[in-house]
Design a protein around this ligand. Sequence first.
Ligand code: FPP
Length: 252
Amino acid sequence: MLKAGSALKKDPASQTPGAADSLHVAIIMDGNGRWAAARGLPRIEGHRRGVQTVRRIVEACPDLGIDRLTLFAFSTENWRRPADEVRGLMGLFRHYLRKESAELVRQGARVRFIGDRTALEPDLIQSMEQLERETASGARVALDVALNYGSRAEIAAAARRLAVRVARGEIAPEAIDEAAVEAELFTCGASDPDLVIRTSGEQRLSNFLLWQAAYAEFYFAAEHWPDFDRASLERALRSFRGRDRRFGAIAG
Ligand code: FPP
């Protein structure tokens, strides 16, 4: 029987022990709109406050033993929101990427964006690439920001690329195993999330890391994302650390 956060990490198939102190937390940042509505504020104000929460939570990660954080910032389904909210969110991302670079470097964050960049504005893509370059040597916390991300589309694209390679005779169908699929995902090279947190009381995965979260623990926080703070994260970690992770095996 394995306590969450003990030496046995991902790779349930081979049960390969990993670094005992590596911890990947993924967060669905929900409830910005409800936070704003409850205060009679426009929804975008909730998103603005959400950006402040991102800052706080990234800052807390190294102290709390989290060496990888994945944040769901914008899903492929979020384009269905009213145009002015989408515009507002894209504006916030632009602002965040340009203003936050020095702070992220100070925090030792290494930023990578996951998701389909092709649908984004060219200047936003440039800012994303610039931030990835500027933070490339960050060694305290790996920060994956999911922007225009959808897990089903990610898996379908991976299957398509592998099919093309089979059709070209580059690989045999038998060579398509879990590792081959993983290598084609946006998250290639990252550990799987140990803990997925969703704020605002909702209990859904909403097309987030469907493949990667196969063995993740889940924690649902009541707070809206703007109210989520270091103490909330510590509560989630306490819950996680009290769980037994068996990765398909039986209690020993
Ligand atoms: C969910 O709240 C939140 C989003 C769709 C956007 C999340 C984005 C941020 C917090 C901005 C900052 C992120 C980065 C990485 C700079 P919701 O609008 O779905 O809330 P609701 O369910 O209450 O309507």
